[in-house]
Ligand binder design. Sequence first.
Ligand code: MCN
Length: 788
Amino acid sequence: MAETGVGASVKRKEDQRFITGKGQYTDDINRPGQTWAVFVRSPHAHATLKKIDAASALASAGCLAVYTGADIAKDKVGNLICGWMIHSKDGSPMKAGAHPALAQGKVRYVGDHVAVVIAETLAQAKDAAEKVTVEYDVLPAAVDVATTQNAGQPQIHAEAPNNTVYQWHLGDKAKVDAAFAAAKHVTKIDLVNNRLIPNAIEPRAAIGDYDSGQESFTLWTTSQNPHVARLVLAAFIGIAPEHKLRVIAPDVGGGFGSKIFIYAEETVCLWASKKVGRPVKWVAERTESFLADAHGRDHVTTAELAVDAGGKILALRAKTKANLGGYLSTFASSVPTYLYAPLLSGQYDIGAIYCEVDGVYTNTAPVDAYRGAGRPEATFVVERLVEVAARETGKDPAEFRRQNFIKSFPHATPVIMTYDAGDYAACLDKALELADYKGLGGRKAASAKSGKKRGLGFSAYIEACGIAPSAAVGSLGAGVGLWESAEVRVNPTGSVEVLTGSHSHGQGHETTFAQLTSQRLGIPIEQVTVVHGDTDKVQFGMGTYGSRSGAVGMSAIYYAIDKVIVKAKKVAGFVLEVPEPTVDFKDGIFSSTATNKTLTFPEVALQAYIAHKFTGAQLEPGLKEGAFFDPTNFTFPSGVHICEVEVDPETGATKIERWTAVDDFGTLINPMIVEGQVHGGIAQGVGQALLEGAVYDKEGQLLTASYMDYCMPRAGDLPSYQVAMTGTPCPSNPLGVKGCGEAGAIAAPAAVINAITDALGHEQIAMPATPLAVWRAAQKAPTKMAAE
Ligand code: MCN
């Protein structure tokens, strides 16, 4: 059992079907009588819709219908929602404009949904879509997050004057101002956290299918949280009551946040399937994904750090403008507020923190959570500030960090977080050793001999994940609870189905959840199947994001298993004819001090269903239990990543020579899967730091709408990572698990930029540090640093 239980690097069960082409993705599913949807999208960033003429489209071969915003308004289809209420510092609620699934009156970004064309085949739908004539009155566009609030800028939503959705703040301004006034040294930096476009391997897709006999709908969709999709589509958008709507998210090829949200396309496919009386399928083409998937990041920030004469950090303040795009996506408002500012204490004991965030509309695609969601932005602010402050005050960056680390737990920060457990110095020590920090000087000298510049950058990140507890997020404005549910169904022969409200789309849940279950029930891992992603099978669930499935989802399974064991012991007591309190269960065997007989788990399962050894009055037959788990706190994974680069000042090329990651994810269920999560996260963080960046021109045209223009990291851009773990168990869940799914993406950007600026000798470089940007920066004279 040990080789498949908790702590074992079991190969992923699900990979057999994925690597043999047996996965079932939404695009693999086809329904009898299926039709195809193609969306007519706005070519303008900001325009009034004057007239939509669908006559020639409707006359074209195979075209069945063309629907516009007027049709969904007539059918009273509700608007798409943003489920997190943010209040401005003056107490007023955020100012959000309507977000219809098909544009009404106005379009607000290139790619906005103007009409949907439904035809017999995809080719016919595309042909017909080209024949829809739309008359636009083109308006000037507000595109730049830094200036969209300025007087004279185009107004995107009448409800949000100056394009300002909220002016939010967190922390004690007066205390921070006083600390800055008393500081010996103040470090000030301006940062841009570049806009990213999620690129899951599988583009989004949806099939809406209305069954007139049952008066019910089924939606197959690429979702990370099918129950939340059903709830929103039922309760807010009003497609159908929940019991008449089944949402199935089958195999999903990655999401990274972009598939949390409830988008226009799935809403329209569902609604249209009833109108045309046939299933309606839509599959995004890659350029549609670039244009209309929710983007990530896009902050402009000024940040300052106050330090005393002894090198102690006194205070931090930050002012951020966060781009929310042309409409508020499902969780957009929470990302630059409660997922960002509460992490501005980093791993440091900082007495006072104050952060102001303006959430603003622009004529760009909606911006929402993308791997890390707010926490990479916070880490970038903190770790750039700390690095620059160390350099400016002549301190070794590692020792400056160590001096300011939080050293005892629990620790309440000034920004509403209570860190539960950690050992930051342990991660730093291990990382310094693995990265051969002492040998850096020699390696720098060797690089210099060949005309190259070598630099090393730290990122000592912290994140709050395992996103829950319901009461806490509720008090901060969330519209939903963030617990998780599980059901453990034991079959009469002792095999087990685990139904979970989490959703796996690359994270290996079918393996790690089975590891826990097989170990605790003492049955082979092959006897466990994990079921997820279907609202008709799983009772309810909040889905996967915020690295919550291990800490919250698996904990619900843990407690459901507890209940199964309690019941199974009762069954065993009857079968062994011993008092139930004497029954012990260990490694799959039921025993009792009152008898020398034993029973295996499958034997007890069978007896639970046969029910011959007890009466119905004594015990309910069967063996199936469920649990909802709501933790008492977030989990706080942390770690130290060290990136070492060599920059060629002649070409601007940056080569990552070494990457050391030492992370604390508490108890590890499957170290191999965890390491894989770290690898993937670092790759995304390196992508942000060196290569990726969405670019809109002044008119709001997305210039980076294909892989020709938007550069994803490839294997050759990445080093071989050196990954190690420390482990302080998380006290707020029974497994001691902390989330690992976003850590790499949170840590990496600051490590890369700290390394490049170390190599260049000045701080003047923004992300993405492309060869052109680095070459330009390399032409600037290095700043004389205090340490020199
Ligand atoms: N795990 C473990 N031991 C721990 C912590 C986690 O063995 N101490 C395991 C878990 O059981 C799970 C995996 O590691 O199999 C990731 O767990 P967790 O950190 O809880 O994250 P989630 O499963 O909730 O996944 C969400 C997270 C997020 S928020 C993004 S974004 C992301 C990520 O996972 N998107 C991904 N990793 C991704 N990986 C892939 N392949 N595709 C995505 O879209």
